[in-house]
Design a protein around this ligand. Structure first.
Ligand SMILES: *Cc1c(COP(=O)(O)O)cnc(C)c1O
Length: 396
């Protein structure tokens, strides 16, 4: 037998972390890495946040899991907190981002069907989007590399160019149920939605009674300097998918919706065994306690602005490597003139700095939101040293 016990779907690297300390990871050999990947925008509070650990410990000792057959004081409390903090009137809890997007897709379809209109089932989505790895969420993405081997895809998605409002308008037809869009494409390469585009989608949705569904799985939970990124565009969605940072490292996602949008989500229409269990709710509440306040959000914006300004200055020294800086708050990307992956590997293996490669030739910089000046300085030391001794691969 040659297949590994861990199904070999990930090209895993040689770093094997066994411990986390604030913004650093320590691997089996005791090597310390500065973690500016954060488990891909998950570990908002770093790796050893006492508030998050304490909340999970206390809840684990009290009650870990019960079925959604019973009343949920813990779920009601976190849902109320999200409703008070956001546009939403109601919340469905999931265990992952893909499940949150799935719930959002179902909610959008059910809205029209509850209205008696069964012809409106199609969501318009955008090239290079990433919405997860379930059948529905790969079907929602135009990226063929994720489709390969899994045909047939689910019906009901139409792809158009991101940031192209006219293409979105032209794609509306008798089957259109709404739009599904990331305000900033994450995996796609920190491609920031323009205000005209996102406001335009909101206006089109209003005009045609369509659902505006935002995938804020990566942009959400304070990452961009507001609780959700859409707040900075001055628009509200009808439905929003959130996950990644929401549990701070504990698996937790949610589908948020307005009362109107959730019209079709009645008794028996959806469910999840683990979704919203007391342990996840405790983690989510601890994260909200830490990040859902103006003081914390202002710090994220300030740190984001300072890192961005230093990055802009830094890339000026390496015009043959970098083309520009992208992003919002602490969701940042370096657009490179070369393939980002070899540089990411070089930073990781030779300078113990963890970042994430993304689409569109971009290197993602996703630090824990709790970084301080020391971590920011350490990041620039490592990045500068890494750019200085990086050799372009011969075959690039
Ligand atoms: C990560 C991500 C998902 C999928 O989340 P999982 O927890 O991996 O299922 C969906 N949408 C976006 C925008 C993401 O970044």
């Amino acid at each position: 037998m040659s297949i590994s016990p861990l199904m070999p779907v990930y090209p895993r690297c040689g770093v094997r972390p066994v411990k986390g300390e604030h913004c650093h990871l320590i691997d089996e050999n005791g090597t310390r890495y500065l973690d500016f990947a954060s488990g891909i925008a998950v570990n908002l509070l770093g790796h050893s946040h006492p508030g998050l650990i304490g909340a999970i410990q206390r809840q684990a000792e009290t009650l870990m899991h019960v079925s959604n057959l019973y009343g949920s004081p813990q779920g009601e409390a976190l849902a109320q907190r999200l409703v008070d903090t956001t546009f939403a009137d109601t919340v469905f809890f999931t265990n992952s981002g893909a499940e949150a997007v799935e719930a959002a897709i179902k909610t959008a379809r059910a809205y029209h069907q509850a209205e008696g209109d069964t012809s409106r089932y199609e969501l318009i989505t955008f090239n290079n989007a990433f919405h997860g790895r379930t059948m529905a969420t790969i079907s929602a993405s135009s990226q063929e590399k994720m489709h390969k081997g899994f045909a047939p895809l689910l019906n009901g998605f139409k792809y158009v160019e991101f940031n192209d409002l006219e293409a979105a308008r032209a794609a509306i037809g008798p089957h259109t149920a709404g739009f599904l869009v990331e305000p900033i494409q994450g995996e796609g390469g920190i491609r920031v939605g323009t205000p005209e585009f996102l406001k335009g989608l909101r206006a089109l949705a209003d005009e045609h009674d369509l659902m505006l569904v935002l995938d804020e799985v990566q942009t959400g939970v304070a990452r961009t300097g507001t609780f959700y990124a859409h707040e900075q565009y001055g628009i509200d969605p009808d439905i929003l998918a959130t996950a990644k940072g929401l549990g701070g490292g504990f698996p937790l996602g949610a589908c948020l919706a307005t009362e109107k949008a959730a019209r079709g989500m009645t008794f028996g229409t959806h469910g999840s065994t683990y979704g919203g269990n007391p342990l996840a709710m405790a983690a989510g509440m601890a994260v909200m306690d830490a990040v859902a306040n103006e003081e914390f959000l202002a710090e994220v914006r300030d740190k984001g602005d300072r890192i961005r300004a230093r990055l802009e200055q830094f890339i000026g020294n390496y015009p043959d490597l970098f083309e520009g800086v992208r992003g919002m708050g602490l969701m940042l990307g370096l657009k490179m003139t070369v393939e980002p992956r070899p540089f990411m590997v070089h930073l990781r293996d030779n300078h113990q700095l963890l970042t994430v490669a993304a689409g569109d030739g971009t290197l993602r910089v996703l630090p824990p939101l709790v970084i301080g000046d020391a971590e920011i300085d350490e990041f620039f030391d490592k990045l500068s040293a890494g750019a200085a001794d990086f050799k372009l691969p011969e075959t690039a």
